[in-house]
Write a protein that binds this ligand. Structure first.
Ligand code: IMO
Ligand code: MG
Length: 433
């Protein structure tokens, strides 16, 4: 098995955890390369559903070494809690490592994320309040605290002192909130350092050696393409590079390591948080159907996810930027029981028709041009063969392929590991076995 990357193609929550889980079985390394504990990847462990936020989903397989790469931002409190949760159900966590160069989320990052959102009022991004933005801001400002700083207490002390001083000015003067105690934060992080030091490694040579030894590497994306800092619906995005391009910068590998670019899309769309969502469904019956049946609640923040029809203008743009050569569609079963399904094939902006995804959606009235498809009544969640799907369901799926000029490899019809329909055997065998 060559090196694979999994990315979400919409606004997150496409089911990356389930697909990572399926691929991890045969992987030697599963590597996270961006994002932080803003993500929530649901996996099925020992008859229980488990949500992972920072630790790669491969952790449940004893054969897998998990690396949290340089492009990730790590809240040590959340990371340690996740390790404890996994240990409590008997999962071996001895092969979970943090790259030296990953940045550390600090208490002032969480507060500034929250205070800034509050101060933005109606213009708030709707972040997860996990301090992700402020952590990346300090990284780019070149004042961030990296995982390797936890290994040198003297240095850590000085860095925390400097940063708390700086951030207290922002907290007290701009946001008019009480300052943080530098001593308390240092002692808290000193304790985290004691718990984590064995896991903090220089992973780069290790990953490269693994590649030379023809080990199977899987790069697990978090968030998704339309939340990408450069190519997403800015400013309503997450502050990391969520595309397949982000794999290289976030884990220290060259592009030619990668062979399969696996993109995950729901059979419809969802979005948590604020920002443009052209195909959003305002019909309460349809919205309720998808939201309830699809259990569309944020797995990190428990917020209700906004639901929309499948947007092929956006999906085509996502596949293009990510170089997707393996498309997986999830949650097709959720659409069973709707009379009519819609797919957006073009946008209309100020009376002009667009097939391309616009670079700016702010303040624009985006109308969707939909094609309508007759729905199907049957429960498809136990179907295993593509040919056994209802005719209308196949029409819906095949239109997606035709529009995107891309073969769908796998269709997920439920959260269980075996609730899948293989649509393209050849590609499936190449990637999954
Ligand atoms: P997974 O990996 C869905 C959204 C937030 C908000 C925006 C910015 O589970 O697919 P942030 O806290 O990152 O600064 O918030 O991004 N967001 C997600 N939405 N799934 C996620 O991750 C998300 N991670 C961030 O709701 O709109
Ligand atoms: Mg999520």
């Amino acid at each position: 098995m060559p090196s694979n990357v999994i990315v979400g193609l919409q606004w997150g929550d496409e089911g990356k955890g389930k697909i990572t889980d399926l691929l991890s079985k045969n992987s030697d390394y599963v590597i996270r390369y961006q994002g932080g504990n803003n993500s929530g990847h649901s996996i099925h462990v020992k008859n229980r559903y488990f949500v992972l936020h920072l630790i790669p989903s491969g952790v449940i397989y004893p054969n897998v070494t998990c690396i949290v790469g340089a492009g990730v931002v790590i809240d040590p409190k959340s990371f340690i809690q996740e390790i404890k949760n996994l240990e409590s159900i008997g999962i071996d966590v001895s092969k979970v490592f943090i790259e030296h160069r990953a940045h550390i989320t600090m208490p002032y990052h969480l507060l500034i994320d929250q205070y800034r959102e509050e101060s933005l009022g109606k213009k708030a991004i709707g972040t997860t309040h996990r301090g992700i933005g402020p952590t990346y801001e300090d990284k780019i400002a070149r004042i961030g605290i990296r995982a390797l700083d936890l290994l040198d207490k003297k240095n850590l002390y000085k860095k925390i002192q400097y940063n708390v001083h700086l951030n207290n000015a922002l907290i007290t003067k701009i946001y008019k909130k009480p300052p943080l105690s530098f001593e308390e934060i240092y002692h808290e992080y000193e304790e985290y350092a004691n718990l984590l030091y064995k896991r903090i490694i220089d992973s780069i040579y290790r990953i490269h050696r693994a590649f030379q030894e023809k080990k199977n590497l899987l790069f697990e994306g978090a968030q998704a393409m339309l939340l990408d800092i450069n190519y997403g619906t800015y400013p309503y995005v997450t502050p990391s590079s969520t595309t397949t391009g982000g794999v290289c910068t976030g884990s220290g590998i060259p592009p030619n390591f990668l062979e399969n670019f696996i993109g995950i899309s729901k059979a419809y769309c969802t979005r948590v948080g604020n920002g443009p969502f052209p195909t959003e469904i305002f019909n309460q019956n349809v919205n309720n159907h998808i939201q309830k049946k699809g259990n569309e609640y944020g797995s990190t923040t428990q917020r209700i996810r906004r639901c929309g029809w499948l947007d092929l203008v956006a999906l085509k743009y996502s596949c293009m930027i990510n170089g997707i050569n393996c498309l997986i569609v999830t949650k097709l079963d959720i659409l069973s029981g709707l009379n009519v399904l819609k797919i957006c094939v073009k946008y209309k902006i100020h009376h002009k028709i667009f097939k391309n995804f616009p670079s700016d959606m702010q303040g624009k009235k985006i109308e969707c041009i939909f094609l309508e498809f007759p729905g199907w009544k049957e429960d498809i969640s136990f179907i295993k063969e593509y040919d056994h799907l209802p005719k209308n369901c196949k029409n819906y799926v095949e239109y997606i392929e035709k529009y995107l000029q891309l073969k769908i490899v796998l269709i997920s019809v439920g959260s269980e590991r075996n609730q899948n329909i293989i649509k393209n055997n050849q590609l499936f065998n190449k990637i999954f076995s």
